[in-house]
Design a protein around this ligand. Structure first.
Ligand code: CU
Ligand code: ZN
Length: 198
């Protein structure tokens, strides 16, 4: 069963509740996984979450009302990505990447390092032939500041020496123009989350 068919709006809401409470930003990965199991059991009997990995997004300093998650699942054609974030400005566009270090501890998330770039390429967009592996393009929000993106990617890897597991996902204040070097001119880091095994 595919994640994309499992993740209903209702399960997304339950999933988000894992980090929406004040002071609960330190929820452990096992708690997160438990929430996710509940969410999926709510709608489906025997979800297969093997091969699915999750990053819980938390707002950086001054952006604490932002939260969300990004899920990565193996697909026979690549890696399927589901990103969901709330608390962003309405009708806005935000660069969105996998960064090289799984460390969101700095108040501005600079601890996550640069874009994950194991092949030494230039910055690009998700559809660029040459790009950083971590270049996932942009999240776009609706009237309520909610972003939801589902996409199939052909450069991310979930195992082996270039695996993104244990790296970080970062959301930026500005749009990634997909061409400016080295990071698409996407500005400050407003949310960050480490990609952990589900
Ligand atoms: Cu980034
Ligand atoms: Zn990049």
């Amino acid at each position: 069963m595919k994640l994309k068919t499992m993740l209903t709006a209702a399960s997304a809401a339950v999933f988000l509740s894992a980090c929406s409470g004040e002071g609960e930003h330190s929820a452990t990965h096992s708690e997160v996984a438990e929430h996710s199991q509940h969410a999926m059991h709510a709608s489906y009997e025997q979800p297969d979450t093997s091969g699915a990995y999750v990053a819980m997004l938390h707002g950086t300093e001054g952006n604490e009302n932002i939260h969300g998650f990004v899920m990565f699942e193996r697909d026979e054609d690549g890696v399927f990505v589901i990103a969901h974030a709330e608390g962003l400005p309405a009708n806005s566009v935000h660069g969105f990447h996998v960064h090289e270090f799984g460390d969101c501890s700095a108040p501005d998330a600079t601890s996550a390092g640069g874009h994950f770039n194991p092949h030494g390429r230039d910055h690009g967009g998700p559809d660029s032939e040459a790009r950083h592996v971590g270049d996932l393009g942009n999240l776009r929000t609706d009237d309520n500041g909610i972003a939801h993106l589902e996409m199939l990617d052909h450069k991310l890897e979930l195992s082996g020496p270039n695996s993104i597991i244990g790296k970080a996902v970062v959301v930026h204040a500005q749009e990634d123009d997909l061409t400016s070097q080295p990071v698409g001119n996407a500005g400050a880091r407003i949310a960050c989350g480490v990609i952990a095994a589900d």
